[in-house]
Design a protein around this ligand. Sequence first.
Ligand SMILES: NC(=O)c1ccc[n+]([C@@H]2O[C@H](COP(=O)([O-])OP(=O)(O)OC[C@H]3O[C@@H](n4cnc5c(N)ncnc54)[C@H](OP(=O)(O)O)[C@@H]3O)[C@@H](O)[C@H]2O)c1
Length: 306
Amino acid sequence: MKAAIIHAFGGPEVVTIGAVTPRIPQADEIVVRVEAVALNPLDLKIVAGYMQQVFPIELPYVPGTDFSGVVESVGAEASHLKAGDRVVGRTQPGAGGALAKQVVINAGSVLVMPEAMSFEQGAALPTAFGTASQALFDIGALKQGETVLIHAAAGGVGSMAVQLAHAAGARVIATGSVRNHELVRSLGADQVIDYRTQDFSQLRDIDLVLDTIGADTLEKSWSVLGRGGRIATTVEFGIAARDGHAGTSVFFADAVRFLPEAFRMFAQGRLQIVTDTIFKLDEARSALERLATGHARGKVIVRVGQ
Ligand SMILES: NC(=O)c1ccc[n+]([C@@H]2O[C@H](COP(=O)([O-])OP(=O)(O)OC[C@H]3O[C@@H](n4cnc5c(N)ncnc54)[C@H](OP(=O)(O)O)[C@@H]3O)[C@@H](O)[C@H]2O)c1
């Protein structure tokens, strides 16, 4: 079976196209013909070998976690699904495997996607929507009427977070470069700050910061918080409370929990799924290179099927 493969850790240049032997499915697993894969910065970190402490992988490794596709066969203990179902899912990062013609996955790790949703749109959801929702609500406890500062609002996580926060009745301040301001406003941001020319740390009385950048951006974010303010960061681990403000690291794991809400919002016309560039499987390396620029607009997609 054709797949994108790495035989050594490194940048996108280590990604090659080759053949792998599909795993024999267990009774609780299904075989999915992959149609689309959405890349995440985590794929780059795994390929680089930076995640070996958290998600140890063995080489050769097929990257990719977030996918959509069509069920080809189901195991005896996976009878809630059937061949032909269009599904969205996320593989365990340590297993990867999505950038391939087929993926074998536990039946509980996918959900049937809405008819009106394209494969590209479906694949874009698991990590980006789930992380945004977990950070804003489970960790950030964002409430109606509060003000949230969302960094990297044009990115995969940020573009979902702006819409979720807006839908929840929060006032949304977002950062992004000028070329993305119109997009970010159209997603529901009330104010957009050009992080290249404006200093967001002049802001005050922010209830929640969603940080997806880390380093200086995270450091400066403490100063904008008001009373009871909190930070949820997706990039720095082990942050602690500071000056009475809560600081919590996001560790996203359970994509399936958040997908029904994503499907509902999509069906109601309340979720725009922003896609940057759509590549073919043969172009998996270019797709990872695009993501590695750090300036993708929404999700970078690899179309595996037709
Ligand atoms: N901990 C977890 O469980 C978890 C889960 C998901 C994601 N993450 C991490 O969260 C981070 C973001 O993920 P993502 O998928 O949203 O990434 P992404 O889609 O690659 O983000 C790209 C966006 O970042 C913006 N950007 C770059 N530098 C910026 C800056 N200094 N200030 C503001 N915006 C900036 C770019 O906007 P411009 O082009 O306008 O500059 C671009 O739109 C990654 O490091 C990822 O690994 C962690």
